[in-house]
Design a protein around this ligand. Structure first.
Ligand code: PBG
Length: 325
């Protein structure tokens, strides 16, 4: 009993109505977070060659972009800043009038209900392109922490809802939590890039942000791709230090990590469908080698099925249209 021919799994796949009744995973618009690159200056709209459909915008041009995003029903944006000038200490990152701080203020005026998340990391702001302060040719963990805390507080002052440390320095979540609380921002939440791997899939982002390291690589601070147990330690440590949500990044090559983190902890879990994952789909679709809409929805569904509650994705705008059809 309980085998073929009595059991026929195809019975419930016969029609779309039946399939939709037994569907286990559904991607919702509410799950999607759209990344936005803001570049310091005026009247700037710069297309990013390796990320078709994504541009860098100066804060004064955010109006139409934010209108489009909110009218599509997208609830949240994650901001990255590209300063006019970079220096050794990444001063643009924690400048109260810096580009992200300006963008947050603008967006909160334009669309008060849009959830604003801001990336907290020095790499877009440092001349050497590393995520922390460099001393003796190495990224100095403890010396970097205060700068990250200042950056997070300046984002909070501008009105961000969540800060998202992506630098992978040890102890940064605790230091940021303490700094936010001491400055009266106990209601600003932290989404930590807890398990962020030293991945080849960040290539297009580094073109977008001009943040490729000028010497060496990020392997001394971002995680080694073969490790998953270590990801759980990162996640647990971040939660202990005060992270409200945690993230696994990239998403597709790390679905197993997403699913193990999902089983291990109860906080909301985000996954970052990164620039290289986006570029691959776009490039293949552009060649006519895959069907873009089906591929994108399959990717997002897979990330959700693995256990992510939230998906940061450059596909969000197109996906929003398709999800509403
Ligand atoms: C900043 C940061 C990076 C990404 C998000 N935050 C780049 C990096 O670590 O080199 C990558 C996002 C993407 O590839 O879409 N540290």
């Amino acid at each position: 009993m309980a085998g073929f021919p009595q059991v026929r799994l195809r019975r419930l796949r016969r029609t779309e109505a039946l399939r939709s009744m037994v569907r286990e995973t559904q991607v919702h618009l509410d799950d999607l977070i759209y990344p936005v690159f803001v570049v310091e200056g005026k009247g700037l709209r710069q297309e990013i060659a390796s990320m078709p459909g994504v541009s860098r915008l100066s804060p004064d041009l955010l109006g139409d972009e934010i209108d489009d995003i909110t009218s599509l029903g997208i609830r949240a944006v994650l901001l990255f800043g590209i300063p006019a000038e970079k220096d050794d200490l990444g001063s643009g990152a924690y400048d109260p009038t810096g580009v992200v701080q300006q963008a947050v203020r603008t967006i909160k005026k334009l669309a008060p209900h849009l959830v604003v998340l801001t990336d907290v990391c020095l790499c877009e702001y440092t001349s050497h392109g590393h995520c922390g302060i460099v001393a003796d040719g190495d990224v100095d963990n403890d010396h970097t922490l205060g700068f990250l805390a200042d950056m997070a507080v300046s984002h909070a002052e501008a009105g961000t809802d969540l800060v998202c440390p992506s630098d992978m320095m040890d102890g940064r979540v605790g230091v940021i939590r303490e700094a936010l609380d001491e400055s009266g921002f106990d209601d600003v939440a932290i989404l930590s890039y807890s398990a962020k791997y030293a991945s080849a899939f960040y290539g297009p982002f580094r073109e977008a942000a001009g943040s490729a390291p000028q010497f060496g690589d990020r392997r001394s601070y971002q995680m080694d791709p073969p490790n998953w147990r270590e990801a759980l330690r990162e996640v647990e440590q971040d939660i202990e230090e005060g992270a409200d949500m945690v993230m696994v990044k990239p998403a597709l090559p790390y679905l197993d990590v997403i699913s193990r983190v999902r089983e291990a902890v109860d906080v909301p879990l985000a996954a970052y469908n990164v620039s290289g994952e986006y570029a691959m789909v776009k490039a293949a679709a552009n060649q006519g080698w895959i069907e873009e809409q089906r591929a994108v929805l399959e990717v997002l569904t897979a990330i959700k099925r693995a256990g992510a509650d939230l998906i940061i994705t450059y596909h969000a705008r197109e996906a929003a249209r398709w999800l509403r059809e």
